[in-house]
Design a protein around this ligand. Structure first.
Ligand SMILES: Nc1ncnc2c1ncn2[C@@H]1O[C@H](COP(=O)(O)OP(=O)(O)OP(=O)(O)O)[C@@H](O)[C@H]1O
Ligand SMILES: Cc1ncc(COP(=O)(O)O)c(N)n1
Length: 273
């Protein structure tokens, strides 16, 4: 009999174009040898040009999915992506406590505070930002905002290393154990520098910036790669370093698809397997 792989749960929305959301999460879990599970929060109507609309999943169905997999199959690590509404966020937070997922529980929990698509379409109702801050961040092992989300959450506009550090300090105040301020949108001429901290340890993760517009799903893919490593037992700095190496290669091998922005690609991992 084959032994069971580690498991990871994504609580996130569907991207009909397949580049971001649960589609990116599941293929990243798979590429990293982890069994992926889903609590779907919303269905988006989306392609390479952007998001045309979305419909939320009823709250009891969202929480039902979490309970169903957690109580039967077990969750070694979990992450959130698009959560759409404050009602869903509040219910997810309560359910995570019930199934022992979160920083003070047995299971690592990554919060990717998705507010909008990279094409600028809102994926979170405006009033829900406060619920992310107060209900999810204190439960998170790690939060992974991009620079737009940092500005929305803290008011800090990151323009370089000094403000990136200021933003990380402001984000830690919301109560997560670790903060990763992603620098993908920093300065197109520079390397891509992400900053990881728990307030004591500070790690700069620097890598080459690849010249491509096709980075759709990059944030989801990175957070899922980190979650995969956490599911396999890595500590946070190791998991984030592994996530950074993974996303770098996925950006390097991203491809055009449709008339807009193409997706990052984990296909290279299959070729290497
Ligand atoms: N052109 C690039 N070349 C190399 N790495 C990149 C590039 N763009 C982003 N990254 C890396 O990809 C990861 C995701 O960062 P980013 O700040 O773009 O997140 P995001 O905005 O949530 O992603 P997206 O909106 O593209 O899904 C980070 O590690 C970042 O440094
Ligand atoms: C369902 C869903 N979840 C997340 C994103 C963010 O991804 P991106 O910033 O690459 O547009 C998205 N576009 N759609």
């Amino acid at each position: 009999m084959t032994s069971s792989p580690r498991t990871a749960l994504t609580i996130a929305g569907s991207d009909s174009g397949g580049g971001a959301g649960i589609q990116a999460d599941l293929r990243t879990f798979f590429a990293n040898g982890v069994h992926g599970m889903v609590a779907l929060t919303a269905v988006t109507v989306q392609n390479s040009l952007g998001v045309q609309g979305f419909s939320e999943i009823p709250v009891d169905v969202v929480t039902g999915q979490i309970k169903a997999v957690a109580t039967d199959m077990g969750v070694d690590a979990a992450k959130t992506g698009m959560l759409a509404t404050a009602e869903i966020i509040n219910a997810v937070a309560k359910t995570l406590d019930e199934v022992h997922i979160g920083r003070n529980r047995s299971t690592p929990f990554v919060v990717d505070p998705v507010a909008a698509s990279m094409t600028g379409h809102a994926l979170l109702r405006e009033e829900a930002l406060e619920a992310i801050r107060t209900e999810l961040f204190p439960r998170a092992t790690l939060i992974t905002p991009n620079l737009d989300e940092v500005r929305l959450l803290t008011g800090v506009s990151v323009t370089g290393p000094v403000t990136q550090r200021e933003a990380a300090e402001a984000l830690l105040e919301f109560g997560s154990a670790w903060v990763l301020v992603k620098g993908g949108h920093l300065d197109a001429a520079q390397d891509c520098v992400d900053l990881l901290t728990d307030g004591t340890t500070w790690v700069e993760l620097s890598g080459p910036r690849f010249d491509t517009r096709n980075t759709h799903g990059g944030g989801d893919t990175m957070a899922s790669a980190i979650t995969s490593s956490l599911a396999k037992g890595a500590d946070v700095p190791t998991a984030v370093a592994e996530g950074k190496r993974f996303i770098e290669r996925c950006v390097a091998e991203s491809y055009p698809l449709g008339a807009g922005v193409g997706p990052v690609s984990p296909f290279w991992r299959l070729a290497e397997a």
